[in-house]
Design a protein around this ligand. Sequence first.
Ligand code: KG4
Ligand code: ZN
Length: 336
Amino acid sequence: MKDIYILAIESSCDETSMAIVKNGSTIESFTVLTQMDTHAEFGGVVPEIASRMHTENITLVLEDVLKKSNVTLKEIDAIAVTYAPGLLGSLLVGIEFAKTLSLVYKKPLIAVHHTIGHIYANALEQKLQFPLLAMVVSGGHTDLILMEEDYKFKILGSTLDDAIGECYDKVARILGLKYPGGPNVEKMALKGKPTYEMPKPVNDSSYNFSFSGLKSHIINFVHNEHQRGHEICKEDLACSFQVTAIDEVVRKVELALKNIEVEQLIIAGGVAASGYLREEMKKVADKYQVPVSIPDMKYCTDNAAMIGAAAYPLFLQNKFVDFTLNAKSQAPIVEK
Ligand code: KG4
Ligand code: ZN
């Protein structure tokens, strides 16, 4: 079969990214332009600024990704774009750009769900082995998913309230750390010990998660200690939070590995960049002798390479979309 080249576009939040991906697994060329420093000044992503910056950057990103590639736009087989979930204005910039390229160069258009993209980031490293267990830990999701084949998802459990990344970002704020919170909490936690007592998130045998109790506990604790004039060791608090949040995710993965036979465990989403989570997941996978896949750090957070990987099975199944494609701020992985 001839090689298939997909030009993928990701603009769902504060990264403008494009990649040319061969056969869903080999990155021919990759560019990501982050707006992180701009949003850091405001303590989080400002949607209006994000979409304006995507508009300024998107053509430059295309120019760059083509410059780094031996493949021309004419030789591309399809254009893939993230359609959901994410910031509407940001998504729309990528979608309209993708539609225009598709129209002008007469290439089929593929719509990719962002979270499915995070899962398929693992296909950039090695072939996915089904059935597999996917643990998605991002700013918007905490989902434990069973995949029996490409695009066949069964959600075993999800967060009942906050996503783990969202919780990291809120705790970062309380600790006076800059956006993006996750990596900064991790850096601080590295200097501390898990000395503070934390409430256990969901202490049951379901595959669901809950992080709002942990978040509220930390907010109240910091507030109360401040009022009493007590010193807090921020490093120990960051470490205690991180260990509690991640151990809960690992515990649910362990429960699933105990109950369900799978060929592979894959970890997906921004929080998979956490060194502690990576180590703990490797330990639990070793215990159950299941091969584990965690994307390279740069493909854990938002990027277009993962969108190109997730678009490939859709290309093979001729699952193309027309120009009525629109952005969705929310969309389930499994459409009902
Ligand atoms: O997957 P992602 O880039 O965006 C969404 O699709 O939501 O994930 C972003 C989340 C943020 O909450 C960020 O704080 C968190 O991933 N994150 C981390 C680390 N790096 C990013 N959390 C913990 N440790 C990290 N090293
Ligand atoms: Zn993401």
